[in-house]
Design a protein around this ligand. Structure first.
Ligand code: ZN
Ligand code: ZN
Length: 102
């Protein structure tokens, strides 16, 4: 099951489960859209992959107990701010390659 992380790993802003601007990579590294665009250049600092919008887990029990009430968001804070200078170097050879070609 997808771990709905509580905050942006870079800026630590809260990203509750109904956030429409939470982004994640395939390893569930979670950032806000602003950091993905303006700090990370769509390059995950942990794996080099791209990001997609995080899906919203339903708040209501529409079907079979598959909802936030039974499977709540994570409360663990992962705050590992990116050094913008180091990330610029890391992302330079990657950012112009579309994620599906990396
Ligand atoms: Zn952020
Ligand atoms: Zn990643």
């Amino acid at each position: 099951m997808l771990e709905l992380r509580a905050t942006c790993e870079n800026c630590n802003k809260a990203r509750p489960p109904d956030s429409i601007d939470a982004r994640l990579c395939t390893y569930e590294c979670t950032f806000c859209a602003d950091c993905v665009e303006n700090v990370l250049y769509n390059v995950c600092p942990n794996c080099g992959g791209g990001f997609v919008p995080r899906p919203i887990r339903p708040a209501k029990n529409w079907h079979g107990d598959n909802f936030l009430g039974k499977d709540p968001a994570s409360t663990t804070i992962k705050h590992r701010p990116v050094d913008p200078v180091r990330h610029a170097v890391f992302s330079a050879p990657i950012k112009n390659i579309p994620p599906e070609k990396r």
